[in-house]
Write a protein that binds this ligand. Structure first.
Ligand SMILES: NC(=O)c1ccc[n+]([C@@H]2O[C@H](COP(=O)([O-])OP(=O)(O)OC[C@H]3O[C@@H](n4cnc5c(N)ncnc54)[C@H](O)[C@@H]3O)[C@@H](O)[C@H]2O)c1
Length: 315
């Protein structure tokens, strides 16, 4: 039986990936230490489905405190301290620890193993304000401390591939949304505010554009990358169809069937002007393309939010 390790298994993308791997028949070992970036209760709910499956095993622990990792066929490394805005100041140490040091620990452990693939969840944040569309050949120049740590870990994956032949592939995810989306992220916050009858807070004037990735498309990409021979490579995973934040709020209003009030506030440090992916490389090499556009993705998110509203309101 194929065995897969998913770090950050209680998080948004990790929990969806665990379910997908279980549904294809893998034995799945998840690692998560339930950091307090958002409530444990939410992460526990993310794992509800997985926990009913006898082929799922959770190792609750911090990657940096684990001495012996399990022998597996595939490693999907998603554990990280996410979030651009909190990555400044005293918090930076949390980012270097969970994003760089923890990645190095895993790479060091698996460098001499016979794993078939090490898939790393990188981020579009590595691009900063690069020319559009963001292309993998562009020189990454992060605009936030978070982006710096994601790029450092991506570089570590690359150098363990070069020096030890570790079959590592990095996926640069563009803003991931859909069911379970983190409560600190825009679509989640916007829908919650609108349903509470509060104004949606937009940082900047709303003309900034963002490229969004639906969570099951992000999971598809991880599965395809694990089966590819694209060792050492980096791929953009996005929609290639960005929209302005103002347009996004209008789509949310449409999906909710209500008028949205917006309150504009100052631009946040680390927020880039625009993101837009060039996804041709993932298409050609992984056979991946997004199955969701933002309109149907938001409809699905709103449906999920409605079914989970009472619980989500406790966020
Ligand atoms: N969600 C997005 O829009 C997005 C975009 C680009 C990249 N990514 C990357 O994808 C990955 C998953 O993102 P997400 O939104 O699901 O995040 P998330 O915060 O929901 O999940 C990350 C999980 O990692 C765990 N974790 C953190 N440090 C750990 C450590 N040292 N040991 C064990 N567990 C640890 C946390 O407890 C959390 O459950 C991250 O690497 C993130 O940087 C996400």
């Amino acid at each position: 039986m194929t065995t897969s390790l998913v770090t950050g298994c209680a998080g948004v993308i990790g929990s969806h990936l665990v379910e997908r791997l279980l549904s294809r028949g893998d034995q799945v070992i998840g690692i998560d230490c339930f950091t307090d970036y958002y409530p444990r209760e939410i992460k526990e709910r993310n794992l509800t489905g997985a926990r009913t499956n006898a082929r799922f095993k959770l190792i609750e622990g911090d990657i940096l405190a684990i001495q012996d990792f399990p022998g597996v066929d595939y490693v999907f490394h998603l554990a990280a301290q996410a979030g651009v805005r909190k990555s400044w100041g005293v918090n930076f140490g949390v980012y270097t620890r969970n994003n760089i040091d923890a990645s190095q620990r895993l790479l060091e452990f698996y460098k001499d193993s016979r794993i078939k693939r090490f898939v790393y969840a990188s981020s579009s944040s590595v691009y900063g304000n690069a020319p559009l569309p963001f292309n993998e050949e562009a020189r990454p120049k992060p605009y936030s401390p978070y982006g710096v740590t994601k790029l450092a870990a991506e570089n570590l994956c690359h150098l363990y591939h070069q020096n030890y032949g570790l079959p590592a592939v990095s996926l640069r995810y563009f803003t991931v949304y859909g069911p379970r989306q983190r409560p600190d992220m825009a679509i989640h916050k916007f829908v919650q505010a609108a349903l509470n009858g509060d104004p949606i807070v937009v940082f900047g004037d709303g003309t900034q554009t963002r490229d969004f990735t639906y969570v099951s498309d992000a999971v598809d990409a991880a599965i395809l990358a694990s089966g590819s021979g694209a060792d050492g490579a980096v791929f953009n995973i996005g929609s290639a169809s960005p929209l302005t934040v103002n347009h996004l709020t209008a789509l949310i209003g449409e999906a909710l069937g209500r008028r949205i009030e917006i309150r504009y506030e100052g631009k946040q440090t680390g927020d880039v002007g625009h993101t837009r992916s060039d996804i041709s490389k993932a298409g050609q090499n992984l056979g991946w393309e997004p199955a969701h556009d933002i309109r149907n993705g938001i409809t699905k998110f709103v449906e999920w939010f409605g079914q989970n509203a009472a619980r989500a309101a406790g966020n």
